[in-house]
Design a protein around this ligand. Structure first.
Ligand SMILES: NC(=O)C1=CN([C@@H]2O[C@H](COP(=O)(O)OP(=O)(O)OC[C@H]3O[C@@H](n4cnc5c(N)ncnc54)[C@H](OP(=O)(O)O)[C@@H]3O)[C@@H](O)[C@H]2O)C=CC1
Ligand SMILES: Nc1nc(=O)c2c([nH]1)NC[C@@H]1CN(c3ccc(C(=O)N[C@@H](CCC(=O)O)C(=O)O)cc3)C=[N+]21
Ligand SMILES: [Mg+2]
Length: 297
């Protein structure tokens, strides 16, 4: 069996088209232009790539992009002052502080300083709590993108056994919450999990968010399983060039899985599209306008 490839770029293109239409409509009907502010502290090369492609896509869909690059030694009070300024700026509807932050900055403190209604990452404790209790929230972009692709491929997810590998606040935990909301039976695995292959083999859906290249082996999978590979790992090919690989051994998994997301071209592009969708949603909520139905979870 050869797995169907879940084309994240194609999913993202459809969503971005949708976002662009809503942006046009907000402009024409209300004179509003959604704005997204992205804050990057320090000079991580991978983060700079993401921030650049976010800004590019933001402008492409007709929104305003505001970029703030702060030096690695920025003190916490300075970063908090910038966030406060953005919280009060009526042209800024979404705020994203790129993670990870340099060691000396408290990620929870910084994340929770963002106005929850502008928290397009969905990382603020109040958005996490709303999601966990099944109330309308800003939903983290990566799990949201994964869910949209799963719905697109599997349709109704009710009753399916989903195994989420990884329990970070930004991917694993919110992913598990979203799948529970879809009435999946959810297992969350992490670094203390015993006999992981025996757990994964029971899964109809596997979401791998581990941060270890090629960690999930093809033989672990149940035949026909749907595999979502969140991992983004740069590995040295030995000849000085780098290759981008996921957390799943794609080469082996594609012969056993029913459907699988590639890396690159899977979850990554959908993450960015969902970020822009969340920014439109935040703009609508800020102005008490009806939320675009096709962008809703
Ligand atoms: N495509 C995209 O848009 C995005 C991709 N990513 C990528 O996704 C991956 C995960 O990111 P993130 O969640 O932030 O990573 P974290 O490092 O925060 O979390 C990794 C999780 O994997 C678990 N884990 C580590 N080793 C094992 C193991 N041997 N067996 C089982 N579980 C293990 C950890 O367990 P424990 O909790 O016990 O430590 C932890 O819960 C990374 O590759 C990242 O680059 C992230 C965000 C967006
Ligand atoms: N506050 C915050 N929010 C985030 O959403 C956030 C973050 N911090 N820190 C880092 C991670 C990672 N992340 C990615 C987004 C897009 C791609 C992406 O578009 N990847 C392309 C490839 C890009 C490449 O070549 O490197 C792809 O998979 O096809 C990857 C990773 C968002 N993150
Ligand atoms: Mg992390």
């Amino acid at each position: 069996m050869t797995a169907r490839i879940i084309d994240g770029k194609a999913f993202a293109a459809v969503l971005l088209e949708n976002v662009a239409e809503h942006v046009t409509q907000l402009k024409q009907a209300h004179g509003l232009i959604p704005g997204l502010a992205v804050v990057l502290v320090g000079e991580d090369p991978a983060s700079e790539i993401y921030v650049r492609s976010k800004a590019k896509k933001t402008v492409e869909v007709g929104m305003h992009s505001y970029e703030y690059k702060l030096p690695a030694d920025t003190v916490e009070a300075e970063l908090l002052a910038l966030i406060e300024q953005l919280n009060l700026d009526p042209s800024v509807h979404g705020i994203l502080v790129q993670l990870p932050l340099p060691e000396h900055l408290d990620e929870a403190l910084v994340t929770n300083a963002i106005d929850p209604s502008r928290d397009v990452d969905g990382f603020h404790v109040s958005n996490a709590g709303l999601l966990a209790t099944g109330q309308p929230a800003m939903v983290p972009c990566t799990p949201l993108g994964c869910l949209m692709m799963l719905r697109g491929y599997c349709g109704n997810l009710a009753g399916l056994h989903a195994v989420v590998i990884g329990r970070s606040n930004i991917v694993g935990k919110p992913m598990a919450q979203l799948l529970l909301k879809e009435n999946c039976t959810v297992t969350v695995a992490h670094s203390h999990t015993r006999n992981l292959p025996d757990i994964v083999v029971a899964a109809d859906i596997v979401v791998a968010a581990v941060g270890r290249p090629l960690f999930v082996k093809g033989q672990w999978l149940k035949t026909g399983a749907t595999v979502i590979d969140v991992g983004i790992n740069r590995i040295d090919q030995g000849d000085g060039t780098m290759r981008l690989v996921g957390d799943v051994d794609y080469g082996a998994a594609k012969d056993i899985a029913g459907a699988i997301t590639p890396v690159p071209g899977g979850v990554g592009p959908m993450t960015i599209a969902c970020l822009l969708a969340n920014t439109v949603t935040a703009c609508c909520r800020a102005h008490s306008l009806p939320e675009p139905a096709r962008l809703k979870v």
